[in-house]
Design a protein around this ligand. Structure first.
Ligand SMILES: *[C@@H]1O[C@H](CO)[C@@H](O)[C@H](O)[C@H]1NC(C)=O
Ligand SMILES: *[C@@H]1O[C@H](CO)[C@@H](O)[C@H](O)[C@H]1NC(C)=O
Ligand SMILES: *[C@@H]1O[C@H](CO)[C@@H](O)[C@H](O)[C@H]1NC(C)=O
Ligand SMILES: *[C@@H]1O[C@H](CO)[C@@H](O)[C@H](O)[C@H]1NC(C)=O
Ligand SMILES: *[C@@H]1O[C@H](CO)[C@@H](O)[C@H](O)[C@H]1NC(C)=O
Ligand SMILES: *[C@@H]1O[C@H](CO)[C@@H](O)[C@H](O)[C@H]1NC(C)=O
Ligand SMILES: *[C@@H]1O[C@H](CO)[C@@H](O)[C@H](O)[C@H]1NC(C)=O
Ligand SMILES: *[C@@H]1O[C@H](CO)[C@@H](O)[C@H](O)[C@H]1NC(C)=O
Length: 452
């Protein structure tokens, strides 16, 4: 403990998370923009039928000239604004008024095909390029997508259908993708029917996602809500996310491409979220994690009606790590498997991956958890050559509705536990939790340093 405290002093000076976006606890800086134009001024028609791609592109091209004058706002009034994909610009606020719905066109000829992300090497679903997302940012600073509960609707049904019938020519687009940018805010909006992911920050710093509601129907294949990917200083708070697959999924690249790109997801703070993941996990880590994932704090999360509550996924060939992750004050209901971790999950981008690139899972803490109507308490299957280590469980009570007892299944894992019901497997049952220095480590997220 003393060592930890001394380290705390040293680290709290060195590792200060600065800035506005990406820091839970201080609201993102949202100075009003000195200029604002309405999409109507660019000939847009909000009848749900007219394609407004050119209007959005022209409006944003025009607003580029305000970047060095304090930035500008693009105002979207009530109406149904059908559009193909468009790019944002720096120092821009896209504001969707109550009753404004941006609708993605279902005609794939209106979706450009772009290069795969370098940390993935290929499209996720189909090799080669991928459809550009509906709303994109590339190398931007200070960009805000917000409103008064306006809606962004990806009309994903056709895409889910093409995915399920293997008729996609390129990997599906996302709703909002911001690449290699910093000071990004997404707030006060509703996101519906994403073709694949809803909000995807990649290679970004200082991202603040606040008070958004995201959903896709339960049967939509592999739809994911928020995906912080090779990004740092990310805050996600006060969000409601209900998805076909995962609600929030942290990633950092795929096998040899992710290892070569080498950009981790770190300093992530998630709090006050309600997550529902029909066929995946409410809170997921991986399986694409080759750049590493660390320094993550999740607090006050409600995970419900999900296949898994919390799931770590990886496989041999991924390399990378998932470590220093603390989750506390978690409430689960109607979740099949409360805690899952698997070292044998996911496919490879191609046959160039290195089977000896072993991922590491280490220093994962889960505490103050209650769960009702849980079928499996924990299913943890580590990798023989790289066992999962220092899994710390404390003050966890899980109950079942079923007549069969609620169980733990473990292999190739070690850890500590204290006050866990039902009793965990012997690998995690080491009772010296309180005296184990392995369960006390530093986490520095949102400028606050937590000693567990
Ligand atoms: C949008 O940005 C991408 C790069 O991210 C670029 O390839 C594309 O041409 C841009 N589209 C428009 C309309 O500017
Ligand atoms: C959340 O967003 C809604 C509109 O979408 C707004 O009415 C409400 O005030 C926001 N709440 C917070 C805490 O920002
Ligand atoms: C926001 O809009 C969605 C529909 O787009 C609606 O279901 C929801 O109730 C609204 N939320 C608030 C806080 O107004
Ligand atoms: C895929 O390409 C084929 C051949 O160009 C085309 O007929 C088909 O409509 C395309 N599918 C989709 C979903 O765009
Ligand atoms: C969300 O909306 C509320 C109510 O209008 C406003 O006070 C708040 O600043 C907005 N937050 C963000 C981050 O846009
Ligand atoms: C218990 O959870 C399962 C999902 O794991 C769900 O299908 C079932 O309806 C829940 N039972 C009750 C009584 O809510
Ligand atoms: C155990 O966790 C519950 C919440 O699940 C919390 O209310 C309680 O204070 C915790 N107990 C201790 C000793 O920290
Ligand atoms: C480790 O996992 C392998 C299969 O992945 C299994 O055969 C082996 O028994 C496990 N080792 C232990 C100690 O559980």
């Amino acid at each position: 403990m003393l060592v930890a405290l001394l380290l705390l002093v040293a680290l709290s000076n060195a590792v200060r998370v600065n800035g506005n976006g990406g820091q839970c606890g201080s609201n993102p800086r949202l100075d009003p923009r000195p200029h604002s134009v309405s999409i109507l001024e660019f000939g847009a028609v909000g009848d749900g039928k007219t394609l407004n791609t050119i209007a959005f592109q022209n409006a944003i091209f025009y607003l580029k000239s305000f970047a060095d004058k304090g930035g500008a706002q693009l105002y979207v009034p009530p109406g149904k604004w059908l559009t193909g994909s468009f790019n944002l610009t720096s120092h821009l606020t896209l504001f969707l008024e109550k009753g404004a719905v941006i609708i993605g066109t279902q005609d794939p000829s209106h979706w450009d095909v772009v290069e795969p992300l370098p940390s993935y090497g290929r499209g996720l679903e189909v090799p080669g390029g991928r459809y550009q997302s509906l709303i994109n940012g590339y190398m931007l600073h200070d960009v805000v997508v917000t409103g008064n509960n306006g809606t962004i609707d990806g009309m994903g049904m056709v895409w889910w259908d093409w995915y399920s019938t293997h008729s996609l020519n390129h990997s599906r687009p996302h709703l909002v993708e911001i690449v290699a940018s910093d000071y990004v805010v997404v707030s006060n909006l509703t996101f519906l029917n994403a073709p694949a992911y809803s909000i995807h920050p990649v290679y970004c710093s200082h991202v603040h996602i606040q008070n958004v509601s995201i959903s896709t129907p339960p049967e939509s294949p592999y739809t994911v809500g928020i995906v912080p990917d090779s990004s740092d200083n990310v805050c996600i708070e006060d969000c409601i996310v209900a998805m076909g697959f995962d609600a929030i999924s942290l990633k950092s690249g795929w096998d040899e491409y992710g290892i070569a790109y080498g950009r981790p997801t770190e300093n992530v703070h998630i709090r006050r979220v309600h997550l529902h993941a029909f066929s995946g996990s409410a809170l997921a880590f991986g399986s694409d994690m080759s750049g590493g994932i660390s320094n993550v704090l999740v607090e006050h999360a409600h995970l419900f009606n999900s296949k898994s509550g919390i799931e770590f996924r990886t496989t041999k060939g991924r390399g990378g790590y998932m470590k220093e992750i603390v989750m506390s004050d978690i409430q689960m209901e109607n979740v099949h498997t409360a805690i899952a971790a698997t070292g044998n999950c996911g496919s490879h981008p191609d046959d160039k991956f290195d089977p000896n690139a072993l991922p590491h899972l280490d220093h994962i803490t889960l505490k103050d958890v209650t769960g009702t109507n849980i079928s499996i308490a924990g299913n943890i299957a580590g990798i023989e050559e790289s066992p999962f280590t220092n899994i710390c469980l404390s003050n966890i009570t899980l109950s079942t509705n079923s007549v069969s007892p609620i169980t733990w299944e473990c292999s190739n894992v070690s850890g500590f536990s204290d006050s866990v019901l039902p009793e965990p497997c012997p690998e995690l049952g080491n009772p010296s939790y309180d005296s184990s220095s392995s369960c006390f480590y530093l986490l520095s997220v949102s400028g606050k340093t937590v000693v567990q």
